[in-house]
Design a protein around this ligand. Structure first.
Ligand SMILES: [Zn+2]
Length: 641
């Protein structure tokens, strides 16, 4: 465990790193990597440029540099260009989740000086590097070439390269990637060159050499690499879409609103987009998340390709992270809600402004509440992991992942907005970005910032009526009490009420509602339809199968609808009444995408009704999924049996 040192002198423990990052300033990270598809590994070097922080009694231990690694094979270590043998992979202090610390003794000339120094580690990634997914040609759309992508959030960067794997250690980074001649390599950085040349290791072959530079300091979890057969379509002078050649046209039309999302975000934040260019990479279907906000290069799942742009909110979310998360960053994973709560708030503002539908904000917030309710029920109302600032000592951040930091974080910010009024809250948001951009932040620092801001704007006698301790540290939602109930009931119900009425008439009549019927369903947006399905999921609904068949939901291209329809059928016993159709639909969805939002609940529900079938299916598909998804489904299935 190390401590995060900040300018204000407060210290915050980061239990998820075994490094001693707090004793150094990290100035730059440079990666030189070969993408070796046949061996399924990255091989090359990582070079860190650091300097010691000003010495104090507590810093005596800085005679060594300790880096995070997991499953990394180290071949050599050089300090300031000199090869050293004074290093060890310290398995004794290793941890199954947090990895194996790499201890490098520093020569006296380095540790007794405050000058910058370089540490170069020559290494290759291990067989089960959790950040990497190697996809065989059969798992791609084109079917001809393999594909590689990385996912470093939360603590997987240490399996990609030795590093200070904590959000608190931000630095600019650069990369030189050597890949097969047929491929395109991309990084979460600006591409500075791309050429083909004879392979240094085998002159009979040619390779692609691409270089990248990320001049803005970013945390290790934002490092990203992808490599495959890729094509690009420009959306605007600064925005584009990348994907496999057979997918890129669909992706470009689905995400055509990206430039409008960007310029709208600039208006709301009053801060220009800092990262120069913006690309969306639509990945093969095993990508485990909806999107990942890698700087300059958002990764998205192809499950967003609904054909009508209706799921592009995820792109607005990842674009919002360009400010909240990537510029202003949680200093440890205990404060993840500051990344995600703010991003949900900004995402909803962007989408409402772009669609010119202010009521969408409240409607989408209601959907968020439904997701929050489900996740809190899953973890348990008293589970400490449902606090906004959960205690994470010894906990794998992947185990703590839920909608809590997103939706409870959003609700908390909405609560503050309601107390302050929208105008003053927008000022607070802009001031927050301007103050903390390029820095990292904790919840207590945020609290002090808000309290000071309100005192300055409204005078100390008009302090904010917010119960900070309960919101930040109490688990579940019940403890939030009256303010939360009032928050929910104050959400505008114009759009939601029509959708809920539709759901209620289906429930009470058990068939098509007599007033309006199909026309009402057909005129609803995806968000409204999701709300209908969420309401029907709340309690038993025997005509689930008839409902889903009437609207072709089990075959829908819209994964948000298809997923909820399958959950509705499973929960209401349709596996017993329509075994062939339901089993085929469940297996189809689980074998064609690996997004955890759908995959984990579907396996959990499937295994409640057909435990052996669920396990057999997972055994067959295990290698199709990303390592993070496979790990979490395995845990879920072990728990349900
Ligand atoms: Zn996010």
């Amino acid at each position: 465990m190390a401590e995060v040192r900040r300018e204000d002198g407060l210290r915050e423990a980061d239990s998820a790193t075994l490094s001693n990052f707090a004793q150094f300033r990290l100035h730059r990270l440079h990666l030189e990597l070969r993408v070796e598809f046949e061996q399924r590994r990255l091989a090359g070097a990582a070079e860190l440029t650091c300097s010691r922080r000003a010495r104090s009694a507590a810093d005596d231990a800085a005679i060594e540099c300790v880096l995070d690694t997991r499953n990394i094979k180290v071949h050599a270590v050089l300090v300031n260009g000199e090869r050293t043998s004074s290093w060890t992979l310290d398995a004794e202090h290793g941890h199954e989740v947090f990895g194996t610390p790499l201890r490098i003794a520093l020569p006296e000339s380095v540790y007794s000086s405050d000058e910058e120094f370089q540490i170069r580690i020559e290494y290759e990634t291990g067989e089960n590097a959790s950040a990497l997914q190697w996809i065989a040609p059969s798992g791609t759309h084109g079917g001809e070439y393999p594909f590689l992508f990385t996912q470093c959030q939360a603590i997987h960067a240490r399996s990609l390269a030795p590093c200070f794997d904590t959000p608190a250690a931000k630095c600019p980074y650069s990369a030189r990637i050597v890949s097969p001649e047929w491929s395109t390599a991309l990084c979460s950085a600006l591409m500075t060159s791309s050429t083909t040349a004879p392979d240094e290791l085998d002159a009979s072959k040619r390779v692609k050499i691409s270089t990248f530079d990320q001049p803005i300091a970013c945390s290790s979890y934002l490092i990203a690499i992808a490599c495959g057969q890729l094509s690009k379509i420009d959306l605007s002078p600064r925005a584009c879409v990348w994907s496999e050649p057979g997918v890129v046209a669909d992706a470009a039309s689905e995400f055509a609103a990206a430039e409008r999302f960007l310029s709208t975000a600039e208006e709301i934040t009053a801060l220009p987009y800092a990262w120069t260019s913006y690309a969306i990479l639509c990945l093969p279907p095993s990508f485990p998340y909806g999107g990942m906000e890698n700087p300059c290069l958002t990764f998205v799942t192809p499950t967003l390709l609904a054909g009508d742009g209706s799921l592009a909110d995820v792109v607005a979310h990842e674009i919002a992270h360009s400010w909240t998360g990537n510029l202003v960053t949680n200093s440890t994973w205990n404060h993840f809600w500051l990344n995600e709560g703010w991003t949900m708030w900004l995402q909803r503002k962007i989408v409402c402004a772009v669609k010119s539908k202010p009521l969408l904000f409240d409607l989408d917030a209601r959907n968020g509440i439904a997701q929050l309710r489900d996740d809190i029920a899953l973890f348990g109302e008293d589970n400490v992991l449902t606090a906004l600032c959960p205690p994470l000592s010894g906990v794998d951040p992947d185990d703590a992942f839920s909608r809590v930091p997103y939706e409870k974080g959003f609700q908390f910010l909405l609560h503050i907005e309601r107390e302050l009024g929208s105008e003053l809250f927008l000022q607070l948001f802009r001031s927050y970005l301007a103050t903390f951009q390029n820095k990292t932040i904790t919840s207590e620092r945020f609290r002090k910032f808000v309290v000071d801001f309100v005192a300055e704007k409204r005078g100390p006698q008009n302090a904010l009526a917010v119960d900070w301790d309960t919101w930040l540290y109490a688990p579940g939602m019940r403890a939030m009490g009256k303010p939360y109930v009032e928050l929910v009931s104050a959400l505008d119900g114009t759009l939601a009420d029509a959708a809920l009425k539709f759901a209620e008439s289906w429930r009470s009549e058990g068939e098509l509602p007599s007033d309006g019927g199909d026309d009402r369903w057909n005129s609803m947006s995806t968000v409204e339809r999701v709300l209908v399905l969420e309401r029907l999921l709340e309690c038993p609904f025997p005509p689930a199968m008839a409902f889903c068949e009437r609207y072709d939901l089990l075959e829908s291209r819209n994964c948000e609808l298809r997923f909820r329809a399958l959950m509705l059928c499973l929960k209401n016993g349709a596996l017993a009444t329509h075994p062939t159709k339901v089993r085929a639909s469940v297996e189809q969805m689980l074998s064609t995408q690996g997004r955890m939002k759908y995959t984990r609940p579907l396996y959990r529900e499937y295994s409640k009704h057909a435990s052996d079938d669920a396990k057999a299916l997972f055994a067959k598909l295990n290698h199709f999924y990303h390592p993070i998804c496979a790990k979490m489904v395995a845990k879920d299935l072990a728990r349900t049996s």
